[in-house]
Design a protein around this ligand. Sequence first.
Ligand code: ADP
Ligand code: MG
Length: 271
Amino acid sequence: MSILTLARPAAQSDARPAPLLQVSDVGIDYPTRDGALTAVDDVSFDLHAGERLVLIGPSGSGKSTLLRAIGGFLAPSSGAILIDGAPITRPAPDRMTVFQEFDQLLPWRTALGNVRYALERGRKFSRTQAEHEAREWLIRVGLSRFLDAYPHTLSGGMKQRVAIARAFALQPRLLLMDEPFAALDALTRRQMQDELLTLSEETGSTVLFVTHGIDEAIVVGTRILALTAHPGRLAASFRVSAEDRARGSAAFAELERRIQQSVFDGATGNA
Ligand code: ADP
Ligand code: MG
């Protein structure tokens, strides 16, 4: 690239900024003994910085497969996945994933040790800064009394809080969350949904969240994409307003009904 190219002012200053993530015509097949199994079929969407996009779909609709490809753990069979305009080829600290499983922490490190270790490895922080940041984030997710606790002594909800603190602390461009609350009891799940919402709004994080729960999608997302059952294809897209998000409101119930219809009857969305 020449100096002239570098010096040229950005051409799109008055247009909408380019999407952070672009998923274009993505298909993902798994090789099986009976031939290729199509898990994701021709899915396209954009994700802009600051959005919280929820992918919702029944079990087996390819949600985890798509998230793994965006994480860089799996290459798409067709189409392209771009972050900041460049193809994703491998996992990198600009994308952090929180999984459903409670065993994503290093068992031989404390809560503080787990977060600190990730920060030190990310090399953005010095040792002292890493320690400080790790403490701050764990306190923020309500674990001030458990900094020195080992994972096996923590409840499922607490372990997920450590994983969430670790993901936020690393300040990725994109937070990927694959049903992070699915294995929690209903009360804890609800509490964690509210906490995630607060944290993401305070930090302005960009989130791609996967769930099969319609109510969870409405609480967490600013936009929802519904996938059809196997193979996963986009069925409908919904925008979620602050009013829609209020649990128990008429707007919430109406949106819930519309999403349900799109997943089961193929009706279209509101966006
Ligand atoms: P979801 O997360 O929406 O439940 P998945 O992405 O896990 O869906 O799976 C989509 C489809 O791909 C399912 O039919 C599943 O059985 C299949 N699948 C997932 N992982 C593999 C794999 N490693 N090998 C073969 N098939 C797989
Ligand atoms: Mg899954």
